[in-house]
Design a protein around this ligand. Structure first.
Ligand code: NDP
Length: 247
């Protein structure tokens, strides 16, 4: 799998939703999915960032994307149900979801963890992904093969001092992935996690403001795994937490 090379049309005909599609890794994934033939649904908080990604895709001759402006912090189950109904009406089904949007919060000693910040991080990183996936299941079940990809982190496998709520949210993400993968085993829906590893984005700069970003992988370096898990080449891969920097 580490030697995976996606064919240029590997996602042709697929409809893929990307959360946090306006910046960082999610932006690169949306562009990459579109370049490989997918119709992408761009979900995110900042509309201007989403329209900028839309413009790049259209200018490159990609299929026209859809835009869903949504702040995951305030979104309710009804928002996700309405969104799922719109997607089904527009596209008929959904082949993939990349749960990429996430927030870091403030790194702090355990005794300084603020409850509101804890709840916001759980809401955006875990609860939103759970509610959204729940609402999207009918559309995913209508696809011949569907892929749900969650975004984890190294601190979602081994806790680290001062990473409090973010780390716990990523452990929860791994748990949600495992529960779903077991439940949907032998169905048309496969469920996996990607751990991007240290990557040159705004979130990484906030966590490590002093480091030399030139030493970091870029989002583009990770796309082999993002493409693999969304493509039919990964049919049968289920319940895995994979490292995008394993290549
Ligand atoms: P960025 O901060 O660069 O991008 C995060 C994206 O999530 C942005 O598009 C942002 O939108 C969106 N987002 C944040 N909050 C909300 C919200 N409330 N509603 C909707 N969208 C929201 O992060 P990265 O690209 O670095 O991270 C992507 C994923 O990878 C995250 O899940 C992160 O935890 C994970 N990760 C990243 C690593 C790294 O080194 N970069 C390492 C390990 C894991 P907007 O710009 O509009 O705010």
């Amino acid at each position: 799998m580490q030697s995976y090379q996606a064919a240029s049309d590997v996602l042709d005909g697929k409809v893929i939703l990307v959360t946090g599609a306006g910046d960082g890794i999610g932006k690169e994934a949306a562009l990459s999915y579109a370049r490989h033939g997918a119709s992408v649904i761009l979900l995110g908080k900042t509309v201007a960032k989403l329209t900028a990604v839309y413009d790049v895709i259209v200018a490159a001759g990609g299929k026209e994307p859809a835009i869903i402006p949504l702040d995951l912090k305030g979104a309710t189950a009804k928002h996700y149900r309405d969104m799922a109904a719109t997607i089904t009406a527009e596209f008929g089904h959904l082949d993939g979801v990349l749960h990429n949007a996430g927030i870091l919060g403030v790194l702090s000693p355990f005794e300084h963890i603020d409850l509101t910040s804890w709840q916001d991080i759980m809401q955006v990183n875990v609860t939103a992904a759970m509610l959204m996936t729940q609402a999207l299941m009918p559309a995913l079940k209508l696809a011949p093969h569907a892929s749900v990809v969650f975004t984890s982190s190294g601190v979602g496998r081994k806790g680290r001092a001062f990473w409090g709520p973010y780390a716990v949210s990523k452990f929860a993400t791994e748990g949600l992935m495992q529960v779903m993968a077991d439940e949907y085993d032998n169905s048309n829906v496969r469920v996996n996690c990607i751990n991007p590893g240290a990557t040159r984005t705004k979130m990484r700069s906030r966590a490590y403001p002093g480091e030399d970003v030139n030493l970091l992988k870029t989002p583009a370096d990770l796309m082999w795994l993002y493409l693999y898990l969304m493509s039919d080449d990964s049919i049968g891969v289920n319940g895995q937490s994979l490292d995008a920097q394993a290549k």
